[in-house]
Write a protein that binds this ligand. Structure first.
Ligand SMILES: *Cc1c(COP(=O)(O)O)cnc(C)c1O
Length: 458
């Protein structure tokens, strides 16, 4: 028999998590106005709200925490990180920021003006927020296959070149500051982008004189999928694949809370000196001096180690295969999930799971609430609530997919936890026809409403 994958680490420290009763959870979720973001973490048994900043650091990362250099300027931890960023991404210039959206804020301040068009592959919510905040427009050019959860396409994060070229032909290049390519594509279900697609997008961008930037939160997981699925890459190392992918672009923003394997952090890396200088001014204004940009010295040290660890094959194999383990269990139970499975999360297809709940009553949100009530498991809605209202008409935007994302933190839960989640979902699925009504919104913010929105049960 072929040996199965196994975690390339053993556990040195544990943290207790508490079970609760269904009665307690009913009370807690009502008090939280049916918004899972409002729950106390001690009222959650398995927390799949996000894989952002929730992973476990290694002993080597913790060792870096002890020797962090907290100097305001010229910190040695900054130099360590700068060197690793250069080695891994190949980009010339680098600016630390306190997290991903801060990197977006700084870079977009330097590049986007009112009326601009920013094409990409299902922009992440903070990315879209930072574009729309500047009165610019994000145009989704993802391939159509991404929106059918049952199609088995190996690279559902890919950009449709025809859609992208249409944008290039419709608007002058002065109105398109850059294309943003998200790897892996979070909003489409943690789906990867192939090297072939990156190369083609890059060529099209060059042809029309538009720069290409990456939103690289899960660049290492993307490289793992390339190694496993794209012809010609099976024998390349993850670090080689990562370097090649970035070589087709002009720069990147990243939330280091994902593939950086740290609890907080982010950065911008890019090749254009003029934009770097412009972004530096905004970085000092919004984040901090250029050698810390909102990060502690110790966090920069831990990130330097994390970037090297997350780009190792054995780590990525156990990471991505744990997601697939959960996905396969759910498929076995008949639960409708996005396929192929994403790199950091399993996505439940609420349109197929609870079609009996009207869309106007936020069926994906209703499913996420039910999963909490039944199992103490916290996922997150990626559907109408997240899609927000149209900035002009103020009407709800109904996206093609109504999903519940179960994001698995890195190096944190075991496969016994995955079994627990799968059984909780099976039990809900077996009684799904009883679900007839959902929720209505009683309070919401004008932008990025999902974090603070309040609901009432219908
Ligand atoms: C998390 C994330 C961001 C934003 O990063 P934060 O660190 O949460 O601010 C941007 N883009 C993608 C694809 C992400 O996953």
């Amino acid at each position: 028999m072929e040996l199965p994958y196994a975690e390339p680490y053993k556990i040195k420290m544990v943290e207790s998590i508490k079970r609760s009763t269904k009665e307690q959870r009913l009370k807690w979720i009502k008090k939280a106005k049916y918004n899972l973001f409002n729950l106390d973490s001690e009222h959650v048994f398995i927390d799949l709200l996000t894989d952002s900043g929730t992973g476990a650091m290694s002993d080597k990362q913790w060792a870096e925490m002890m020797i962090g250099d907290e100097s305001y300027a010229g910190s040695s931890s900054y130099k360590k990180l700068k060197k690793v960023v250069k080695n891994i991404t190949g980009f010339k210039y680098f600016l630390p920021t306190h997290q991903g959206r801060a990197a977006e804020n700084v870079l977009f301040s330097a590049m986007i003006k009112e009326g601009d068009i920013v094409p990409g592959n299902s922009h992440f919510d903070t990315t879209k927020g930072h574009i729309e905040f500047r009165k610019a427009t994000a145009v989704d050019c993802t391939i159509d296959e991404a929106f059918d959860t049952s199609i088995l396409h190996p690279f559902k994060g890919n950009i449709d070149l025809k859609k992208l070229e249409d944008v290039f032909q419709k608007y002058p290049k002065e109105q398109i500051p850059f294309v943003i390519l998200t790897i892996t594509c979070n909003s489409a279900g943690g789906q990867p982008v192939s090297v072939k697609n990156v190369k083609e997008v890059s060529n099209l961008c060059k042809q029309y004189g538009v720069p290409l930037y990456f939103d690289a939160a899960r660049f290492a997981e993307n490289a793992y999928f390339i190694k496993k699925r794209e012809k010609g890459y099976e024998n390349k190392t993850i670090k080689e694949i990562v370097k090649e992918v970035f070589s087709y672009g002009d720069g990147m923003t990243i939330s280091a809370k994902k593939d950086g394997l740290v609890n907080m952090g982010g950065f911008i890396a890019l090749n254009n000196k003029g934009i770097f200088k412009k972004a530096t001014v905004f970085n000092i204004m919004f984040e901090g001096f250029i050698t810390y940009g909102g990060m502690n010295g110790r966090d920069m040290g831990a990130l330097a180690v994390g970037l090297n660890e997350s780009t190792e094959f054995n780590y990525l194999e156990s990471r991505v295969e744990q997601i697939a383990y959960l996905g396969k269990k759910l498929v076995e139970y008949g639960v409708p999930v996005q396929q192929p499975f994403g790199g950091h999360a399993i996505f439940l297809d609420a349109n197929k799971f609870v079609p009996t709940i009207p869309r106007e009553e936020y069926r994906a949100q209703a499913l996420a609430i039910e999963l909490y009530i039944v199992g103490g498991i916290r996922g997150v809605e990626i559907g109408t609530v997240l899609a927000d209202r149209d900035p002009i008409t103020r009407e709800n935007r109904y996206p093609e997919l109504e999903l519940v994302r179960l994001a698995v933190p890195r190096r944190t839960y075991t496969n016994n936890h995955m079994d627990f989640i799968a059984v909780a979902l099976k039990n809900i699925y077996d009684t799904r026809n009883e679900a007839k009504s959902g929720y209505k919104i009683i309070d919401e913010a004008p932008i990025m409403r999902h974090f603070t929105v309040q609901f009432e049960k219908i």
